[in-house]
Design a protein around this ligand. Structure first.
Ligand code: SF4
Length: 311
């Protein structure tokens, strides 16, 4: 359990990574982008200023405490509700985390700061890097990702290309492309992104869409069949990672704290979603949510008067 910690969370079950222990280095919604689809809401601190938002010792101290108490996971993941490469001493964190846990490390990043040599140097130490690229040109980038004013698309793309070249043979790069209807779900963008992903020689491309509540409520998810169509624009075919709601279940089924955490680690859901899509019993789910919120293991946010929960 990691509820007493400020920076580490989980481990949460991840289909691709196994049991992933998260490290959150950045204050909530501090990011170089303000993506229209962001499931954590609008960016409140849009910046490209790199600094140590928290002391290195505080973050690594938590990790050491977790390890000393017998914590187990398959991988450590730098992720959270802000952009991890904004953390200035990223190299120290990655080296320290690997040293303490002896586990591989995954960096989930929007990739916008790879034009900075020190960011690339830190990222080279990771075993898996998951950058994002949703747009093939400046206009689409601005509309979809709403970057900090001093972040030109050309720098972002050049940085990503340089990083992929330098990183080749050192670890795996999984590129995430987020599709938003009316902005990048068109042949021009998909063809250009497919060519770009091939030139970057990434290990795989993962397509996502707004199946969880986005920052801008008019952003809708793209239906699965259409996502499969766009996936075929990539060579090899991209993987659709958006987890669509399953059909409502007729019968209620038991739910444990562990299962609820696992479900919420994959997607932001309301109480109604959990009852209708997963078939969880109302009272038990309500009480588990209350406990998990109290212990700080999940968070909530309200959209259109509805409360959503996430890990
Ligand atoms: S989706 Fe990621 S990159 Fe985009 S605003 Fe949210 S935290 Fe930042």
């Amino acid at each position: 359990m990691t509820s007493k910690y400020k920076h580490i969370f989980g481990p949460v079950a991840s289909r691709r990574l196994g049991r992933s222990l998260g490290i959150d280095l950045i204050p909530f919604k501090t990011c170089s982008l303000d993506c229209v689809y962001c499931e954590c809401g609008r960016t409140t601190a849009k910046t490209i200023e790199r600094k140590d938002y928290f002391p290195v010792e505080e973050v690594l101290g938590e990790l050491k405490d977790w390890k000393d108490k017998g914590g187990e996971a398959d991988i450590v993941t730098l992720a959270g509700s802000g952009e991890p490469t904004l953390y200035k001493s990223l190299t120290e964190i990655i080296k320290g985390a690997k040293e303490i846990t002896k586990l591989p490390l995954c960096l989930i990043t929007n990739g916008t700061l790879f034009y900075l040599e020190e960011v690339r140097e830190a990222a080279l130490l990771a075993d898996v890097v998951m950058p994002s690229l949703d747009a093939a040109d400046e206009k689409t980038f601005k509309k979809l990702n709403r970057p900090a004013p001093d972040l030109p698309f050309a720098d972002y793309l050049d940085g990503l290309k340089t990083f992929c070249e330098e990183y080749r043979g050192k670890g795996r790069v999984d590129l995430e492309v987020f599709l938003v209807p009316g902005i990048n779900d068109n042949e021009d963008q998909m063809t250009a992104l497919s060519l770009l992903s091939r030139s970057l020689k990434v290990n795989c491309v993962q397509l996502n869409t707004a199946v969880r509540p986005p920052a801008e409520k008019e952003v809708l998810p793209i239906p699965r069949e259409e996502m499969e169509k766009w996936a075929r624009y990539f060579i090899p075919k991209a993987e659709v990672i958006a987890s669509y709601h399953s059909a409502p279940l007729k019968e209620e089924r038991a739910v444990s704290e562990e299962e609820l955490m696992e479900t919420l680690s994959h997607r932001v859901m309301s109480l109604e979603d959990l009852i209708e899509a997963k078939g969880y019993p109302k009272e038990k789910t309500e009480s588990l949510i209350k406990d998990l919120l109290k212990k700080g293991q999940i968070r909530s946010r309200t959209q259109d008067g509805k409360e959503f929960f996430y890990v």
